[in-house]
Design a protein around this ligand. Structure first.
Ligand SMILES: NC(=O)c1ccc[n+]([C@@H]2O[C@H](COP(=O)([O-])OP(=O)(O)OC[C@H]3O[C@@H](n4cnc5c(N)ncnc54)[C@H](O)[C@@H]3O)[C@@H](O)[C@H]2O)c1
Length: 317
């Protein structure tokens, strides 16, 4: 198949490029390089099944393709809050453009939605049937509400225009190729630990998170894309829960760092707990994450060690 990956030079998108090329497909990687990096995909340059297009998805594009993995959107709060109006445009206009393209060339399109559509959830763990508890006017809304509208558009193009759509709701994912300045907890802790700087915990560290290793997500995404008669939405995440304090301690341990732990005030709208219910993915896709946090962290630490050695960037975190 010829497959378009929007956001293909980003953290998750670049792992999807790897996987789909190794499965023998042709891959078109489309990116505006806002948060993505050419370093994530240079190893494919020269492969005749790989094409790279610099393009901003808020503008339409016409391509002959069979499937679209629609992943373009900044995912970390520092990045999506940098230009919140643009973030909403990317989610809303970008998704309209990808749905228009899918309709025109009869392609199957999958949206990378997010657990953020559940907001600060009142139900634990979150199933796909939960409608969420989202602040529509806060600083995270450009992302959360943008993705909620993107989901609405997916469903309306499906009902109204019979476009073949899929929705995945991705929970906290980590791994090699996260940006150094990503600003989310896993990369922050690892970079701080590798630099022997204090590890910053927002709040008392008792809030819990679940962490999914990127190759588990890629496997679930590919399974979802290629199954028939199931639109979703489906949660893809790792339900193993850890407190932020436990994560900090694990990172210190695995890096052998001399870092201490520093507690800072909790930012606005930070969820207390977030844990996926993945029984639907288990039932429909026969999928479950397999990478343990410790193993995934080791690989991610190796990556950041390599990056810091080769980088002139000294003070991101
Ligand atoms: N990483 C996670 O934990 C997570 C969780 C939930 C959902 N997601 C979703 O998965 C997708 C990928 O996330 P990621 O973690 O790889 O983030 P990322 O920031 O590394 O990747 C996003 C990519 O999209 C590109 N992009 C952004 N705006 C664009 C635009 N207007 N036009 C073209 N390209 C654009 C960026 O340059 C980047 O390469 C996003 O849609 C995100 O919302 C990620």
């Amino acid at each position: 198949m010829r497959i378009l990956i929007t956001g293909g030079a980003g953290f998750i998108g670049s792992h999807l490029c790897d996987r789909l090329l190794s499965d023998g497909h042709e891959v078109i990687c489309l990116d505006n390089f806002f948060t993505g990096s050419k370093n994530n995909i240079t190893h494919h340059i020269g492969n005749s099944r790989f094409e790279l297009i610099r393009h901003d998805i808020i503008q339409p594009i016409l391509l002959e393709i069979d499937q679209i993995y629609h992943f373009a959107c900044p995912a970390s709060p520092v990045h999506y809050q940098y230009n919140p109006v643009k973030t909403t445009k990317t989610s809303v206009m970008g998704t309209i453009n990808m749905l228009g393209l899918a309709k025109r060339v009869n392609a199957r399109v999958m949206l990378a939605s997010t657990s953020e559509v559940y907001g600060d959830p009142k139900v634990h763990p979150q199933t796909e049937a939960y409608w969420g508890h989202v602040n529509p006017i806060g600083s995270r809304s450009c992302y959360d509400e943008g993705k909620r509208v993107a989901e609405t558009l997916m469903m309306d193009y499906h009902r109204q225009n019979k476009v073949d759509v899929k929705i995945i709701r991705i929970f906290n994912t980590y791994g090699p190729r996260m940006a150094l300045n990503d600003g989310r907890v896993v990369s922050n802790f690892i970079v701080q630990a590798l630099k022997n700087k204090p590890i910053t915990i927002y709040g008392d560290g008792q809030q819990t998170r679940s962490f999914q290793y990127v190759t588990d997500l890629v496997e679930g995404s590919v399974k979802m894309m290629n199954i028939n008669n199931f639109v979703g939405p489906v949660n893809l995440g790792n339900p193993d829960e850890f407190t932020i304090k436990e994560l900090a301690e694990m990172v210190v341990d695995l890096t052998g760092s001399a870092s201490s732990i520093k507690y800072l005030p909790l930012p606005q709208d930070d969820p207390v707990q977030r844990q996926p219910d993945i029984s639907l993915a288990g039932k429909k896709l026969k999928w479950t994450p397999v990478i343990k946090l410790k193993d995934g962290l080791e690989k991610t630490i190796d990556y950041f060690e390599m990056l810091l050695k080769n980088s002139n960037i000294k003070d991101y975190v």
